[in-house]
Design a protein around this ligand. Structure first.
Ligand code: MG
Length: 272
């Protein structure tokens, strides 16, 4: 899949070509943006030929005390800030010893409250008893606004398509580098997420974006979210509210989490 292009019919006459170009140009100028299906891409979604990013060794794992203005979503025991996704029911994931462990196939979990633009911190670990095979065995993810996934996966010695590895915006952008720690070690994500904005006519005013540090290493820099996370196809947007729950994925694997907090953000700073 290489993204949609203008149809042959549109190019069949000079008038048609001119009209199509003008339409595309106006749409791009008006919104500064085109749905990803209308773009051309160098690589297919989940393209195994796409080169692996360089590996970066990170320092020893360390945790971080939440800032004073952060909302602690999981500090080690209380899970009341979470519900089973799509319900008001308590989660079935296990909180024990300061760690939250996925109970496979009990379902995704979501924050009880909704968030839009935010800074998000989470620590995650793939236990050594899990058997990783590409996307299988060691997979989870963070879905901002319940829609836009930042992948969680063991990418240390576990090869998969690069837009599905740790630090990737799933199916959209590979990480700049592979900064994933080995199984049994804690990884740390620090993320700045900006949600999309839609106008009254359901047009896109602003696409979403992510800046992501994995273990203190930049892996996404203000990267544009191309739309709702999808598998084996290009993403696209469906208009929604300016806030929604943050979801953690149950992909069937017993990954672990600790020290989860969020800081809602106001509008981006502008020069004064
Ligand atoms: Mg995932």
């Amino acid at each position: 899949m290489t993204g949609g292009r203008l149809t042959r019919r549109a190019w069949s006459s000079r008038g048609g070509a001119l009209a199509a170009l003008l339409a595309l140009g106006c749409a791009a100028l008006a919104g500064g943006w085109m749905q990803s299906q209308q773009r051309s891409f160098r690589w297919d979604v989940h393209d195994m030929k796409r080169p692996q990013p360089p590996v970066v060794q990170t320092g020893a794992a360390c945790t971080m005390t939440p800032p004073s203005d952060a909302i602690v979503l999981f500090g080690g025991g209380d899970t009341s800030k979470w519900v089973k996704a799509g319900s008001a029911s308590p989660i079935e994931w296990k909180a024990e010893g300061g760690v939250l462990t996925i109970v496979p196939r009990s379902g995704d979990i979501a924050t009880r409250d909704s968030f839009g633009d935010c800074q998000f911190h989470i620590e995650w670990m793939v236990p050594t008893n899990l058997k990783c095979d590409g996307q299988k065995g060691c997979n989870s993810g963070i879905f901002f606004m319940s829609r836009y996934e930042l992948q969680i996966l063991n990418s240390s010695g576990n090869v998969t398509y690069v837009d599905g590895m740790a630090g990737s915006m799933y199916g959209q952008h590979p990480p700049l580098v592979n900064a994933c720690r080995p199984q049994g070690e804690w990884n740390v994500y620090d993320i700045v997420f900006r949600g999309p904005r839609f106008d009254a006519a359901a047009g896109i005013v602003r696409t979403a974006s992510m800046t992501v540090l994995l273990n203190g290493v930049l892996v996404q820099e203000n990267a544009e979210v191309l739309g709702e996370t999808a598998h084996m196809r290009r993403a696209s947007y469906t208009p929604h509210a300016e806030s929604a729950p943050i979801k953690l994925q149950d992909h069937g694997d017993a990954l672990q989490f600790r020290n989860i907090w969020v800081r809602p953000l106001g509008a981006p700073a502008v020069a004064e």
